[in-house]
Ligand binder design. Sequence first.
Ligand code: GLN
Length: 486
Amino acid sequence: MINLTIRQMAGLLAEKSISVQELNGVFYDRCRAHNASTNALITLNDELNAAEILHAQQAIDVGNHWLAGIPLVHKDLFCTQGIKTTCGSNMLANFISPYNATVVDRLGQAGMVSLGKANMDEFAMGSSNEHSAFGPVGNPWDLTRVPGGSSGGSAAAVAARMVPVATGSDTGGSIRQPAALCGITGIKPSYGRVSRYGMVAFASSLDQAGVMAVSADDCALVLSAMSGHDPLDSTSAHASTWAWEKPQDTELKDLKVGVTRAWIDALEDPDIKQRTWQAIEQLQDQGAQIIDIELPHADLAVSAYYVLAPAECSSNLSRFDGVRFGHQAEGVNDLESLYRQSRTEGFGEEVKKRIMIGAWALSSGYYDAYYLQAQKVRRLISNDFKQAFAQVDVIACPVSPETAFEHGAKADGVSMYQADQFTLPASLAGLPCLSMPIGFSQGQNGRLPIGLQLVGRYFDEQTILSVADKYQQTTDHHLQLPEAFQ
Ligand code: GLN
């Protein structure tokens, strides 16, 4: 049961081999059983939500929708009415939102059943899920290692099959990198495809909601239900409604796949290098034409992103002042001390560091030298992609330079930031991109998952998902389960 795809589960629900209550009971019990070891969830609902179960069962009884009755968890930065939304922070440790994020509402309307909220790096800042006020998350493939971040709880929950699907958010790689490190599939759609309403903001020009699941087909079904214009988010595009068309065959005829050879050759991990080439060869065997491309400014992405994202975060997080929003310090007598003490107590180290960097980069005298320069680099990177997409339909490249690393291995911030080098370029360009499992390492670190990134043209989720779906129809890496969670 736990390793079925959404379509298989929907089939069982439709033919009444299993009820919504039973299916969700199976996953809910797994959440209970495995949350202590993984720490994947910050909140597990006290019990199954009877109203959601009833709504889903009724939708199925009248023959509605693939997603009705499918359980999921939401990353804990999507506002959920009546259930805590902590954003992984002490600042919001007791925050209960009075409304639902649009993503939560849309998936609820489609009949999905929410079991709880997934752990994450505080305010989505991080690549290891170690920066959570609610403790680090263990990677189900090796609990001493990180699941990646910031959507590490979502990734671990799916990898351990505590749920078949989870929502995530990706500002600079937070869906793709944990998906790769946990051996699952994850898509960050084009900027503007999915409403950000009710998703706690980190860096608004980059944040995008997406899906983490077992397969590309599962991701696509859920993404279809999430996407579309939302009048409540002025950056959600008007033409963003989209419905997934699952390919009927496994051929990639006429598809041009661009490959950033220099990135792959520079990989230090021989397993990742070998698996990446092997996956690209397999795309070729399925009929794709492989074309070398260059993204000459992409190696500036880390520097540009770590100016732009902190700049935007320093502005977004200024609302948490202990008066209007967030934790309020006690025992202080004047307004300035209240602000200072509330923020000192509420935010963790990484968040404070980014606020300081961002405020500095935006301050007069430094704005031109840093923020404006970084914006120019962002444009150059976008232009690189435009040129590449004049020749190719999809770009295939690594997701992460390494497999899951041990907790505490990247205590200095900069080496953690470097781990984002392959995911940041597509984020800065706002392009749709996904990570899919392509095999495992065999080295001294043991058997750890490896992912391949596929980047598409703006608003062309259909092509990257089709390529991943066709690849997954002829491979089974995505169906592997960690031994301790079978
Ligand atoms: N790892 C990146 C960061 O720390 C990306 C985070 C994200 O995508 N939310 O900012």
